[in-house]
Ligand binder design. Structure first.
Ligand code: FES
Length: 413
């Protein structure tokens, strides 16, 4: 007896005689429409479509338009937020201002602004996608039996078909407002991520050759002028120079550079130095400075802070080869920028003579050229060569002889 009628029947029903779905050949698969593949996938995956309902069976109704506008509103909000984020990220004043300076509040808003706008952009995209699926995608109720193991090829083909069908049913192609606003939100947000990730790489850090920012600091004398050691008292434009006798044994002070050339009139500066050395009250006003803003910038510069440490007199000292004369008596000056990842090494413990970086707990031995003795740092803190002038003021004999802070690709030490 021929089996052809049974085969024909199973082909029509899409099931084999044992009830399992009939698996089409590759040629048959290639010729199946999207709907056929979805239907096949449902049967293979034991998916039962209990109900399927278009949200808006009649396209173009006012209700559908209103739903579209609501969804598009989220995407437009995301696009606007991402644009504000990009503009703020590039153009908002981000460099540090001390709270006493004019414009400090604008700087203080930088982080909140980029955080809020980026967060809002991501949130609005998420809300737009949720609103779209809730308000416009067809409302399906399906039940699927769970299967274990990896899906066979046919399952993956039919699953892909289901995605295509969902895309077709979503009506995205005819909902131009949503289509465009979603594209704008995704595009601008993606651009924002790229700007945040790669914006800092646009500058060439080696443009200035040996004077490139990674190789020199503000301690470098530009035209042979003396670079004094300055204390920061909270006001970036208030000039307080440090004298050798200002620090008690065991004390530490964070200091910054001050270039003699910053004062317009050398006679006024000389008067200021003499008065300071003899207990007078001379001050340098903004009018005395060539560029008060640049003087303030020097204090904010990330690589200029230095720890000036006066060791106790009985502490044994080991100096680094080639840097034997970098200290002045018991005064040692080390870059405050950690050689691990650049945090400020702000803590000095005068009983053990250790400098501690709070970020990852590296410790540096201050009486042994600030070599690392604990933690992840592997290089000593850079040491600044210092000396004292005739009036007792400390100054830098030169810039650091090595780059300060963490390693970078081009660094060879
Ligand atoms: S940055 Fe100082 S230990 Fe990591």
């Amino acid at each position: 007896m021929s089996t052809r009628p049974a085969e024909s029947q199973s082909q029509q029903s899409g099931h084999q005689s044992d009830g399992s779905p009939r698996i089409p050949s590759d040629e048959e698969l290639a010729q199946m429409s999207t709907d056929d593949l979805v239907d096949l996938g449902n049967r293979i995956d034991d998916i039962e479509v209990v109900s399927s309902r278009e949200r808006f069976p009649v396209p173009g109704t006012r209700a559908e338009k209103r739903a579209e506008r609501q969804v598009a509103g989220w995407f437009i909000l995301a696009a606007i937020s991402a644009i504000v984020f990009i503009v703020a990220f590039i153009a908002w004043p981000w460099e540090y201002r001390s709270p006493t300076e004019e414009g400090a509040w604008i700087y203080a808003l930088y982080t909140p602004i980029i955080g809020v706008t980026f967060g809002l952009a991501v949130f609005a995209v998420g809300m737009g996608v949720i609103a779209y699926s809730k308000k416009l995608l067809p409302e399906d109720l399906t039940i699927q039996q769970r299967h274990d193991g990896r899906s066979p090829e046919i399952d993956r083909r039919t699953a892909a078909a289901r995605l295509v069908q969902t895309g077709q049913q979503s009506g995205l192609s005819r909902r131009k407002l949503i289509y465009r606003s979603m594209g704008a939100a995704g595009g601008v947000l993606g651009l924002g991520v790229l700007v945040a990730a790669f914006g800092g790489l646009v500058k060439n850090p080696w443009k200035e050759g040996p004077n490139s920012p990674l190789l020199v600091t503000d301690w470098k004398s530009k035209g042979g002028e003396r670079v004094y050691v300055r204390k920061f008292n909270g006001n970036a434009r208030d000039i307080v120079l440090v004298r050798a006798g200002d620090l008690e044994p065991g004390a530490m002070e964070t200091v910054f550079p001050f270039h003699a050339s910053e004062v317009k009139n050398p006679a006024v500066f000389e008067e200021f130095l003499v008065a300071g050395a003899t207990g007078g009250q001379a001050v340098l006003n903004e009018e005395d400075l060539v560029d008060p803003e640049h003087v303030a910038e020097t204090v904010r510069s990330s690589d200029s802070p230095v720890m000036l440490i006066r060791l106790r007199p009985n502490v044994a000292v080991i100096k680094r080869a080639g840097q034997e004369d970098f200290n002045y008596g018991t005064l040692f000056a080390y870059s405050k920028i950690c050689s691990h990842m650049g945090c400020p090494t702000s803590l000095y413990e005068d009983q053990t003579n250790r400098i501690l970086c709070p970020c990852h707990q590296s410790q540096f031995q201050a009486n042994e050229y600030a070599k690392p003795v604990f933690g992840p740092a592997t290089r000593p803190l850079a040491q600044l060569p210092i000396a004292v002038d005739d009036l007792g003021y400390l100054y830098a004999r030169s810039d650091f002889i090595e780059p300060v802070g963490p390693a970078f690709w081009e660094r060879n030490s």
